[in-house]
Write a protein of this length. Structure first.
Lengths: 142, 142
DNA sequence: TTCGTAATTGCGAATAATTGCAACTACATT
DNA sequence: AATGTAGTTGCAATTATTCGCAATTACGAA
């Protein structure tokens, strides 16, 4: 079963209805390159290649739902840029420079300890597959 | 020297001009209780108690500047709620449930290792004093 | 199949946040 | 103290996102 069907099956299991709009949005998200992300606006554009009949409000609502269900991750790449990706976008984190905005991908294995700690101490299951951390990049430290 | 003067001195050292607007905004931010945060809108309201002559755009721009300079932290408390606090708001993290929106404060000592790793491996100085992590809270796990 | 109904969508309006630009002002220099 | 100027602000316009609600539709039950 591919990534798209996987997501759709999960949604069915949770009694969500599979509308053409949702299918197109999920497909757009899953069809990007492994290490790519899309903004809500970009997803909307890609969906409209197939049919102009998907409203931008529906894109926003569907993305909120997919994030809430844990099927898609919402990533803050600094101030204005918010992007989305499915779980097939492998585990890593984004180091975002708060000065120049540069984004560097980094290994996220070190977060495993954090996840275990948060669960054992607070019974909280943290999403650590794909997060952003802010700070100052090597360049901006002079 | 108190928190407010500290911030103002730092700004002066970086050639930023100290306008009445900026002073009021910094004061509003620093005058909250130790464990409190304010939204941009709330800061605007508090500033207007003193004078109605501060535009909301100036509040947004000043906050962006303070965050960029590392003097204030911007915290995402889930989707719509973004709050700000100065550094006197002690080190901890926010565990935000993506299902019910509940926010739990947690110890952040465990992030020290993460910070060291990111610096040694990527020369990135991460801001880990005050971050949010998303996931599922104990309650929403059934 | 057809039907009933709650979930979902589209649309337009409301709200939040950002931006361009002319006017203003903090502050270094004289 | 007066001046010059680059940094900052206010305002209005723009853009991004959310919301209310009536119309539509997915899908379980008949
Ligand atoms: Mn990524
Ligand atoms: Mn806090
Ligand atoms: Zn940088
Ligand atoms: Zn919860």
């Amino acid at each position: 079963m591919n990534d798209i069907d996987q997501i759709i099956e999960t949604l069915r299991g949770k009694q969500f209805r599979i509308t053409p709009q949702r299918e197109l949005i999920i497909r757009a998200l899953a069809d990007v390159d492994e290490d790519d992300h899309l903004t809500a606006e970009e997803i909307h554009k890609r969906v409209q290649v197939h049919t102009s009949a998907v409203n931008i409000a529906t894109v926003y609502r569907t993305l909120d739902m997919l994030v809430e269900e844990g099927l898609v991750s919402r990533i803050d790449l600094g101030g204005d840029k918010e992007v989305f990706a499915t779980v097939h976008h492998g585990m890593h984190m984004h180091l975002v420079c708060r000065q120049c905005g540069h984004v560097l991908d980094a290994d996220a294995q070190i977060l495993r300890d954090v996840g275990q700690y948060l669960f054992s101490e607070y019974e909280f299951v943290a999403d650590l597959e794909h997060i952003s951390l802010f700070g100052i990049c090597a360049n901006c430290q002079q």
